[in-house]
Design a binder for this molecule. Structure first.
Ligand SMILES: C[S@@+](CC[C@H](N)C(=O)[O-])C[C@H]1O[C@@H](n2cnc3c(N)ncnc32)[C@H](O)[C@@H]1O
Length: 196
């Protein structure tokens, strides 16, 4: 993945975060108050670890954060954070249980390996997010929240439609630190319905 050495890159370094993407979750969380003290948070696509740093601070010692990524996480993290190095297409619901139960919040900043072909990349991102929705159906608690990174394009409307079936409230978020030329956009679902 290409590193953008802009204002947010340097700010992340100065603030001790593993990646500039921390300012995306911070902005969205400040606006919508997704992560709360004591929450169980699942962070999909968590490497190099800035969202883990942010979420672990927000949930505090009474909460728990579980991260999953194909890549290792090399930074040191507090003891209430656990990381599994795995492909989300291969993990089981059992692997993703936090403190033996469902998550209050699922975050996914997952991005597929980009091919440079916009439609291919959008399709891969869509497949990742469909998998996240499928997992959320089982491992996100009723009333829970799900935030995913998506690519705008043809399949985006279908993803929004799926979110609206699963959540009482759906918001689209384009944080300031997300480059304006980037097609990425975050979809936030709040208030998971009991049955879909
Ligand atoms: C933009 S980075 C995440 C940055 C992270 N939120 C942070 O703040 O440090 C996207 C991550 O998604 C991961 N990823 C992509 N496909 C995946 C998959 N199938 N299973 C697990 N992780 C995946 C990549 O390995 C990559 O580390």
């Amino acid at each position: 993945m290409k590193k953008i050495k802009d204002h947010y890159f340097h700010k992340a370094k100065k603030d001790g975060y593993a990646a500039r993407s921390v300012y995306k979750i911070e902005e969205i969380d400040k606006k919508y108050r997704i992560i709360r003290t004591g929450n169980k948070v699942l962070d999909l696509g968590c490497s190099p670890g800035s969202w883990l740093q942010y979420a672990s601070r927000k949930v505090g010692n009474s909460g728990q954060v579980l991260g999953v990524d194909l890549q290792p996480v090399k930074i040191s993290l507090p003891s209430h954070v656990k990381v599994i190095k795995a492909d989300i297409f291969e993990v089981t619901d059992e692997d993703l249980k936090i403190k033996g139960g469902q998550a209050d919040v699922i975050l996914s900043d997952m991005a597929p390996k980009t091919s440079g072909i916009r439609t291919t990349d959008a399709h891969r991102s869509f497949e990742l997010n469909k998998k996240v929705l499928y997992l959320a159906n089982d491992i996100l608690c009723p009333e829970g929240s799900l935030l995913v990174k998506a690519f705008q394009g043809k399949l985006f409307d279908e993803l929004c439609y799926e979110f609206k079936k699963m959540f009482a409230d759906v918001k689209l978020c384009k944080p300031k630190s997300s480059r304006s030329e980037s097609v990425e956009i975050f979809i936030l679902g709040r208030g998971k319905k009991r049955t879909i």
